[in-house]
Design a protein around this ligand. Structure first.
Ligand SMILES: [Zn+2]
Length: 1035
């Protein structure tokens, strides 16, 4: 419900907002206003939503100074308050005080009855206000800009509050988020891209409805040269208006001398020109080389999260949903695509064609708008009432069958699962040659990297697994994200956590042969690893800047989001309850926006038995606080006691130790441990809790199949019992449970709760382990330690570590074949084992790989290396001078993208310093190696010994170029920082990393990934200090 609708009549009588009335009609100097309190006959109304974003300090003042209307009795109190508060009010950017009844706080009573008691309270209040004013006033270096105290300015505390527009006038809006007074209803967009000059012109006609009286319209525009602006209300004639622009916030505004009234309809028409972007966002140009060696240019869009404003002026926030009618002109030899089917084609006098698309049949957020101008070809099929097509560059049409088939199956699955049919008449899946993200879920026009959509005729099932899971993720978004959209980016997880969860669960049903379960399990382990850091954040987190929005695209939103949904589904007592709740949520919020509580409420509403979990209560504990619990088990006879605490690797923030979660703890024991029926549940809501088991129970395994998002410590005896059980018979637990024990014990070692000897005791059973998940997890953990030791020049330990790995996994490695293998799970196992073996220079492995590469080269394209073995073969080849050159030649001619990427990783795995420098530079330059691949190149180079220090230098030297290519905070930048720093473990490196990022200031020093990097280095350092001696003794 819109909270403002209740107050519409009251609101009309209220004094105008300071922004809209006092300040911008006459544009007085704000500082002068501060001296003359009579400029403010009352404390004017704030635009209703503004209050929500006030910093806490200002909120106190706003509340005291008149959130409610004042009558005559109150005048004294008011004017005194004003005398004290006014100078502060006008210095502060966020202090347009409020007399709006629409604020979400109850009106204060302190000034309403001037009794003696009230007077005392008033005086006390004024003293507090005065003290706060003084404190805030003298805060060192703080000018109360919207950005808080980041901008030090000690000499001029009376800085104007409202920013200056590009034309020198005050810009009538000071917030990062747009005012809610105006809501767009529809956009008519006409775009004229010129692929020769790489520019475009456009006309954006925006019909809007006025929700609350206002004198200002504020919307987004970035890097657009707006040449003409006209405005009309209702049936009146359109007239020219002046646009104000405030570039730092990418906002434009129109001011009016008379109020626009609630309920009015108006139309803003903006004509503009711009350059096609050279990066990967906005309306960008891209090119590819066709089979005749000709360069072909195309233009495509990537708007999520904040780049629709780079293609057309718009209200670029997810809750400003509207319909879109799009027209695009093109040369006759090109084709265009957009969200909707084509309605008609017009011949323009210039000889160009203009494609007009149907108006979107649904209200849509701006970040989901998309269009493409290219010369692609396609395959299509009808599924239910939807025409599904897969587009690619013409040479690659033969690689689109698999995507079409998979897309069709998944569309049917989601139509049925969600009980709401996909609402558009067509669904295009398009492979774009230049694309940074894996894919983007634009409604009706999903864009992909070529690797995420195209599958070669002989591709392995592991390659198909990648494509199927990306398609499953993006199709899930058509409901989770597109139909129901998060209200603001703080709840990005509602889009991404859901799409990630659905991507795995849909494939388990639709394509069970792809064994997606192993991947989902390892994804949950990695989410725990990240969330164990103090630098992590709650799933639902406040975001208030572009960098913070970008940073939400991380494993907490995606993987932790998916993990807690899995946990919830597993803990609901009635089958299908989760699905019913989801359907209810989709139906209730279809076509609009929702936040996290809306989801929990929908799930709670379908709850069938009141004695069971309260979904909201349980899930709030998982979404509103960062991190996850460590559950420690202790046992005395038949009594089992569980205690919970925050699993925090670096506990320098004591406040989080009081965190509590509602944990649906599951457990099995030695008498019944494999089948789902063995699973028992105990809900731990408090710090500790107990339950009973028969005394005969030898061991307990908690977190059955690792469906819960927590780590378990069994205590010395509990671990010893599990180790003994596994060493007798590894199959007493499911492979997921074995992998979960391995993950947990490494994490506990990192936390300092178990010794490294205990880790090794558990790993002793590994020589009997043959299943994929436990082997993959153990190898990953051991390889991490191997790399750390390698980079600390602990040569002896490195050699011993190698023999340890070979001792435990050697026989399994030797059992692996080099022929085609059908099972995805076996492919995963084989590629991990052989990559480790060859990386450790195990001779049998490297010989086989070299021989296979030789055959492959000699066959001239007729022999194919099995897809899951390509990486290990290319890695080995790249270590020899001659084969590296051969591989580079192959890389430049091979067309199939998945194979090409593996070649690139091979090339980047070289230990030749000159080649490493060359490949880093080539990745940045973007001609031989596409810049979209730079994060991959960097992570590969960093895993080797030779390159990781080069990378660190490279990043420092080229930081500005990097953030030009990839936005600050973006997933690409997060990945680059992590790759470059996560293997440092010395004080010297910690100091270097700290001082470099500190020097960046607004160019990235505030990023969460920087905090994460510093924390990880400290942890590595601590782990080394604590464990090097154990390792020396052990190995
Ligand atoms: Zn997604």
């Amino acid at each position: 419900m819109d909270p403002f609708d209740n107050h519409t009549s009251e609101r009309a009588n209220l004094p105008r907002n300071m922004i809209e009335n006092s300040m911008f009609e006459e544009e007085p100097d704000v500082v002068d206003l501060a001296k003359d309190s009579s400029a403010f006959p009352t404390f004017p109304a704030l635009d209703p939503d503004e209050v929500v974003y006030e910093p806490r300090s200002s909120r106190l003042l706003v509340r005291g100074l008149g959130e409610n209307e004042m009558d005559e009795d109150e005048e004294d109190c008011e004017s005194s308050a004003r005398l004290l508060g006014m100078s502060f009010m006008n210095r502060s950017s966020a202090h347009r005080s409020s007399s709006s009844p629409y604020t979400r706080q109850s009106p204060p009573r302190s000034c309403s009855r001037p009794s003696a008691r009230t007077m005392v309270v008033c005086v006390l209040f004024l003293v507090i206000v005065a003290s706060m004013t003084m404190v805030l006033y003298f805060l060192p270096g703080c000018t109360f800009t919207r950005a808080g105290c980041r901008k030090p300015n000690k000499t001029s505390p009376l800085e104007p509050v409202y920013p200056l527009s590009t034309n020198g006038e005050l810009f009538p809006w000071t917030q990062y988020r747009l005012p809610r007074s105006i809501h767009p209803l529809s956009y008519d967009l006409t775009l004229n891209p010129n692929l020769d000059t790489l520019t475009f012109t456009g006309i954006s006609v925006i019909s809007m409805s006025v929700l609350h009286n206002t004198k200002v319209i504020v919307l987004h525009s970035s890097d657009l040269n707006i040449t003409k602006a006209t405005f009309k209300i209702g049936d009146k004639k359109a007239s020219d208006v002046t646009l104000l622009e405030y570039k730092p916030r990418q906002q434009i505004a129109v001011k009016f001398s008379e109020e626009l009234k609630a309920g009015q309809h108006c139309v803003l028409t903006l004509e503009y020109s711009a350059k096609l972007s050279h990066t990967y966002d906005g309306f960008y140009n891209s090119s590819y080389t066709d089979k005749d060696g000709q360069k072909r240019v195309l233009a495509a869009t990537q708007f999520e999260p904040l780049s629709a404003r780079k293609a057309f002026p718009c209200f670029d926030e997810p809750s400003f949903k509207a319909t879109f009618l799009i027209r695009i002109s093109r040369k006759p030899e090109y084709m265009t695509l957009s969200n909707m089917p084509k309605a008609k084609i017009n011949q323009l006098p210039s000889g160009l064609m203009q494609d007009e698309f149907e108006r979107t049949s649904v209200n849509m957020s701006t970040y989901l708008v998309a269009f493409i101008i290219a010369d692609f070809s396609h395959l299509s099929r009808n599924v239910s009432d939807t025409l599904v097509s897969v587009y690619s560059v013409p040479e690659k049409t033969e690689h689109t069958d698999y995507a079409l088939d998979t897309g069709a199956k998944l569309l049917e699955f989601y139509n049925e699962f969600c009980e709401i049919n996909y609402p558009l008449k067509k669904l295009d899946l398009v492979a774009i040659p230049d694309f940074l993200a894996g894919a983007m879920e634009n409604w009706g026009l999903i864009t992909f990297r070529e690797t995420s959509l195209l599958v070669g005729k002989q591709s392995s099932s592991l390659e198909k697994q990648v494509v199927a899971s990306v398609i499953a993720h993006e199709l899930a978004h058509q409901w989770f994200g597109n139909l129901v959209t998060m209200s603001w980016w703080n709840d990005l997880w509602l889009n991404e956590g859901f799409a990630t969860y659905m991507q795995y669960t849909s494939l388990q049903t639709v394509l069970p042969q792809l064994d997606i379960g192993n991947l989902f399990l390892s994804v949950r382990f990695r989410a725990l690893d990240k969330d164990a850091l103090n630098s992590s954040h709650p799933v639902s987190t406040e975001v208030d800047s572009p960098e913070e929005v970008e940073e939400m695209f991380d494993s907490v939103s995606y993987e932790k989001g998916a993990s807690i949904l899995l946990m919830l589904n597993a803990s609901l007592p009635i089958e299908q309850q989760f699905r019913k709740g989801i359907i209810q949520y989709l139906k209730e919020f279809s076509g609009s926006n929702a936040d996290t509580n809306d989801l929990w409420n929908s799930l709670t509403e379908v709850e069938v038995s009141p004695q069971h979990l309260n979904v909201s209560e349980m899930m709030n504990s998982w979404t509103s606080q960062k991190g996850f619990p460590l559950v420690t088990v202790s046992r005395k006879g038949d009594q089992v006691t569980l205690t919970q605490e925050h699993f925090l690797l670096t506990a320098d923030n004591a406040t989080h130790n009081s965190s509590l979660w509602t944990i649906p703890v599951t457990y099995v024991n030695d008498s019944c441990s494999l089948a789902p029926e063995c699973r028992q549940v105990f809900t731990l809501k408090t710090k500790s809790g107990s339950f009973k088991v028969p005394e005969s129970v030898k061991w307990l395994k908690l977190n059955y199949r690792h469906s819960g998002f927590y780590i378990v410590h069994y205590g010395d005896e509990g671990w010893a019992a599990l180790v003994s059980a596994l060493s007798t018979n590894a199959t007493v637990l499911t492979q997921d449970d074995r992998a979960s024990l391995i993950h947990n014990i490494f994490a506990l070692s990192r936390l300092g709760r178990v010794t490294f000897n205990q880790v090794l005791n558990l790993l002793n059973y590994m020589s009997n382990e043959t299943e994929t998940s436990p082997v993959l997890e153990a190898l990953l953990q051991l390889n991490n330690i191997y790399r750390l030791l390698d980079k600390r020049h602990e040569t002896k330990l490195v050699a011993r570590m190698k023999s340890y790995i070979m001792h435990h996994f050697g026989s399994l490695m030797r059992k692996q074949t080099w022929e085609e293998e059908e099972s995805v799970s076996k492919q995963e196992l084989r590629s991990a084992l052989l990559e480790t073996a060859c990386n450790l220079n195990e001779e049998n492995c490297t010989q086989q790989a070299r021989a296979l590469f030789k055959k492959y080269v000699e066959s001239n394209g007729t022999l194919r290396i099995p897809g899951d073995l390509q990486q290990v073969v290319f890695n080995v080849a790249a270590q020899s001078d001659e084969d590296w050159e051969t591989l580079l030649n192959l890389y430049s001619v091979v067309t199939f993208d998945a194979e090409k990427r593996k070649m690139l990783r091979g090339l980047a795995s070289t230990q030749d310093a000159r080649r490493i420098v060359w490949i880093l530079k080539a990745g940045l330059k973007g001609d031989i190696i596409q810049t979209q691949e730079l994060p991959l190149v960097i992570s590969t180079v960093c895993s080797g010994f030779t390159g990781y220090l080069f990378v660190w230098d490279f990043i420092q030297q080229n930081w500005d170029l990097l953030i030009e290519r990839f936005p600050v905070g973006s997933f690409a930048i997060q990945s680059i920082i992590k790759s470059a720093t996560s293997q440092f473990s010395t004080q010297a490196h910690l100091d270097q990393v700290k001082s470099f990022f500190l020097s960046l200031k607004e160019r990235g020093s505030q990023m969460r990934s920087v905090q994460e990097a510093l924390e990880t280095i400290r942890l590595n350092q601590r782990w080394m200090d604590e464990n090097l001696s154990t390792l020396h003794n052990w190995l």
